[in-house]
Design a protein around this ligand. Structure first.
Ligand SMILES: [Fe+2]
Ligand SMILES: [Fe+2]
Length: 270
């Protein structure tokens, strides 16, 4: 007779610790099959969580996901472990089979932004992301990639100077001579690589270059322009946006020149 067990949980998403717990339960209860049953409600739709579960459980013959069945010899609620951390961008805590999928398919970007940024900064990032997409569309750049770069470009801006200094001492020491206001561009790229596992060089470089405006790739320019010209900033940037849609190089040069003169005249922010 088959011994089947059930573990109910949110699985939003399945984390490595939860996976290890499920394996332990399967062994201890001597189950022929352990079914992970996701709850109805979650940040992600149930079908999405099921899809991620399926992928994470692929290597395990005796652990599956699905709906509850009758006749189970074991039923328990799985406490959510590390799920909130994963949703805030610490993808390395997700079940190892789905980490890459979370990155490549852009899961939890909205949650990541809200968990790491205050309301005003999150709203700015969303406006930057929207303008990035618009400029990408006009210049034949991957729109989704541009949108994601916009969403994530200020992800470490809320961190302390102390925290930033520690990162830069290891990864980008020459930046320590510049104003701490520009540090977050570099620390964001490092943090995203380490915690989420994002490896797309185009995105990481664009984020790394967004405060100084020194990047030369199309995505570098898109993010630099969008950061300065997004529409919630409260001044009219339609002239710059229109120029950028014709030529990213010219648009970026104009924005750069304007922010230079602003800095010189008013001692404004970079
Ligand atoms: Fe920034
Ligand atoms: Fe920004």
């Amino acid at each position: 007779m088959n011994r089947t067990g059930i573990l109910y949980g949110s699985y939003d998403p399945l984390t490595q610790k939860e996976l290890e717990y499920a394996r332990k339960i399967r062994r201890e209860q001597r189950l022929d099959l352990l079914i992970l049953v996701p709850s109805e409600k979650g940040v992600l739709a149930r079908s999405e969580r099921m899809r991620l579960l399926k992928r994470a459980l692929m290597p395990y013959r005796r652990i599956a996901c699905g709906n509850a069945v009758s006749g189970a010899v074991f039923e328990e609620e799985m406490p959510a472990v590390d799920e909130e951390e994963v949703r805030s961008g610490i993808f390395r805590l997700a079940a190892c089979g789905i980490r890459k999928m979370l990155v490549e398919e852009g899961y939890y970007l909205e949650e990541m932004l809200d968990a790491n940024c205050k309301k005003k900064r999150a709203a700015h990032s969303r406006a930057v992301a929207d303008l990035c997409r618009e400029l990408a569309q006009a210049s034949g750049v991957d729109e989704e990639l541009a949108w994601r770069a916009g969403m994530l470009h200020d992800i470490t801006k809320n961190r302390s100077e102390e925290w930033g200094r520690k990162i830069l001492e290891v990864h980008d020491p020459e930046l320590l001579d510049m104003s701490p206001k520009v540090w977050h561009a570099s620390t964001a790229a490092v943090w995203l690589k380490q915690e989420t596992g994002i490896t797309d060089r185009r995105m990481l470089e664009a984020i790394r270059n967004h405060t100084l405006g020194t990047g030369k790739s199309r995505l570098d320019r898109i993010l630099y322009i969008a950061d300065k010209c997004e529409r919630t900033r409260g001044y009219d940037s339609e002239k710059e946006i229109a120029l950028a849609k014709k030529s990213l190089a010219e648009g970026a040069a104009l924005v750069y020149a304007e922010s230079e003169s602003y800095r010189l005249n008013k001692g404004g922010k970079p």
